[in-house]
Design a protein around this ligand. Structure first.
Ligand code: VGL
Ligand code: ZN
Length: 245
């Protein structure tokens, strides 16, 4: 069979159209960057769980639920969390957030770097047992670990920035590089590090969720956690239960 020149051109054009549509839609439809979510697990460490120096009541009760999320089938293309990240509070001895560094009692309030802050018992000192992840947490399943609160003279409640609100930990860049749009938080403590991390996530433009039943609060003074929850909700953080997922 002899094909005429115009017919050959038409066939070439049709096959080109077919392949461009195939390449375009296979990228756009199969990889939906707009729906990528990450789980950020805040400070599940020995010092924040029972018998720890800064024990958050019921701290380790949330670990089985967090493990379930970490252990979801990693091979599933539609898995809920594209990336899982765990943070650890990791302070040098004599850290500025320790009451002992100021000759004061734990939980006293002091103005540091211009803002009033709570002083804590010595906790999560680098390379000590208290700073380890709680042993039942399946940390081996996490994609990224971040240590924060490393500067002796500056604390870092948020997983994104030190308390100067400027020095980044690198987490925002990691999430942006992986084109993540939704960030879910769990861990300790709801009214401190989870609160500051969620507020920063919102400011950075992430759709922000707190899995409330997978967190616990310091709640000093009593009622403090409710105030922080209202602040988050008013700003647009979605406070949800894990069965929402
Ligand atoms: C935290 C107090 C001091 C926390 C860390 O992880 O919520 N709280 N350092
Ligand atoms: Zn700390």
């Amino acid at each position: 069979m002899v094909l005429s020149r115009p017919l050959v051109n038409l066939l070439l054009l049709l096959s080109l159209c077919y392949w461009s549509f195939y390449v375009f839609y296979s990228k756009v439809i199969v990889v939906d960057y707009n729906e990528r979510s990450a789980l950020v697990i805040i400070d599940i460490q020995v010092d924040f769980c029972s018998d720890g120096v800064l024990a958050v009541e019921g701290g380790e009760e949330i670990i089985p639920g967090i493990n379930t999320l970490l252990e979801r089938d990693q091979k599933d293309k539609n898995k809920l969390f594209y990336k899982t990240i765990a943070t650890a509070d990791w302070h040098p001895p004599g850290h500025i957030s320790f009451a002992s560094s100021h000759g004061l009692e734990p939980y006293s309030i002091k103005t540091i770097n211009g803002s009033k802050t709570t002083l804590w018992p010595d906790h999560c000192i680098e390379e000590t047992g208290g700073a380890e992840f709680f042993p039942t947490l399946n940390i081996g399943k996490a994609d990224l670990l971040i240590r924060k609160g490393r500067s002796r003279n500056m604390d870092s409640y948020s997983a994104f920035f030190e308390n100067d609100r400027k020095t980044p930990t690198g987490l925002a860049g990691y999430l942006e590089n992986h084109r993540i749009s939704n960030v879910y938080f769990c861990g300790l403590a709801f009214d401190w590090c989870v609160y500051f991390s969620a507020m920063d996530a919102l400011t950075l433009g992430f759709s922000t969720f707190v899995l409330k039943d997978l967190t616990r609060s310091v709640n000093i003074p009593p009622g403090y956690a409710d105030v922080k929850e209202k602040e988050m909700a008013d700003e647009g953080v979605k406070i949800v239960k894990v069965n929402y997922l």
